[in-house]
Design a protein around this ligand. Structure first.
Ligand SMILES: [Mn+2]
Length: 294
């Protein structure tokens, strides 16, 4: 693990400059070294000021988002695809301008429960749009990572195997996968095997519990997850993601179906998550060191 991070929605819905600055300070206070902002709207915020604050706190910034249906690059409508490509390009530039180092999430389709099957033409449109976005991202020094999510949040990439096929179709060496334990728990036959399958194509990792609340309160076997991350020698960022109706963003809370409180107090949640992840990582390292494996 390179840096341990936390999703800004633990702290704020992200509607105001003050909210984002508070989230940066809170993350640093709790010992997190990277923060994830979602649906960053450059026109609403002073990106330079956020960049400066993040730098002074030694907190790196990543941004994740999903496309709206009217800018879905997996659409068969050329106008919609073009609008999606513009949105992705704007997002890459915003990540650069905030001093961030990665753009992730559901960049390859809309973030929604689809009411239709994906199509081959839509897949190809999306792969071409991501390839184009990757070129820009590379020139901006921004990593591009695609989040594989569950069936209720996209119809295109629900498994690691699909994600790897998609990356192959982009033909780009600058696109990696963004995996998430919450989504893998729903879709993968074997989440640990999925991590091993991703191997060096894993570019970003979300740690989330099966109910999106406190780590350890759900059904995910984190021992197997951390063993797999060690097995592939994962050296990129690990970010804790948790949602509750205590913090609401109109877009993300609806898209992710956050209808209830899994927690109400974010300080103990953040403190617990950091301890939990560090403990699980240490345990996995010890298992590895003391195991009979060659
Ligand atoms: Mn996630």
């Amino acid at each position: 693990m390179r840096r341990l991070g936390i999703h800004s929605f633990v702290w704020t819905g992200g509607q105001t400059q003050d909210g984002l600055e508070m989230a940066l300070r809170k993350s640093a206070e709790h010992g997190y070294r990277t923060i994830e902002f979602a649906y960053l709207r450059p026109e609403k915020f002073d990106l330079g000021r956020l960049a400066k604050l993040a730098q002074s706190l030694d907190v790196e910034i990543g941004v994740t988002m999903g496309l709206p249906l009217d800018r879905d690059v997996s659409s068969e409508d050329p106008g919609v695809v073009a609008a999606g490509k513009t949105m992705l390009a704007d997002a890459v530039r915003a990540v650069r301008d905030i001093g961030g180092n990665k753009l992730g999430g559901i960049l390859y389709s809309a973030h929604t429960k689809y009411n239709r099957q994906p199509t081959k033409r839509g897949w190809d449109n999306s792969a071409a749009a991501i390839a184009e976005t990757a070129e820009l991202a590379k020139s901006c020094g921004v990593d591009l990572v695609l989040e594989v999510v569950n069936r209720f949040e996209t119809n295109l990439l629900n498994t690691t195997a699909q994600g790897l096929k998609f990356i192959g179709d982009t033909g780009s060496d600058h696109v990696r996968l963004h995996l998430d334990t919450f989504h893998m728990n729903i879709e993968e036959a074997n989440p640990a095997a999925a991590i091993r399958l991703a191997g060096d194509k894993l570019g970003y990792f979300h740690i989330g519990e099966s109910n999106r609340g406190f780590l350890g309160d759900g059904v995910i076997n984190f021992d197997l997850i951390f063993d797999a991350l060690l097995d592939i020698d994962y050296k990129r960022d690990v970010v804790f993601e948790s949602f509750s109706t205590t913090v609401v963003d109109e877009g993300l809370s609806l898209a992710c179906a956050i209808w209830r409180d899994t927690w109400t107090d974010n300080d103990p949640l953040a403190a617990h998550a950091r301890k939990f992840i560090e403990l699980k990582m240490d345990e996995a390292k010890r298992r590895r060191a003391t195991s009979a494996r060659p």
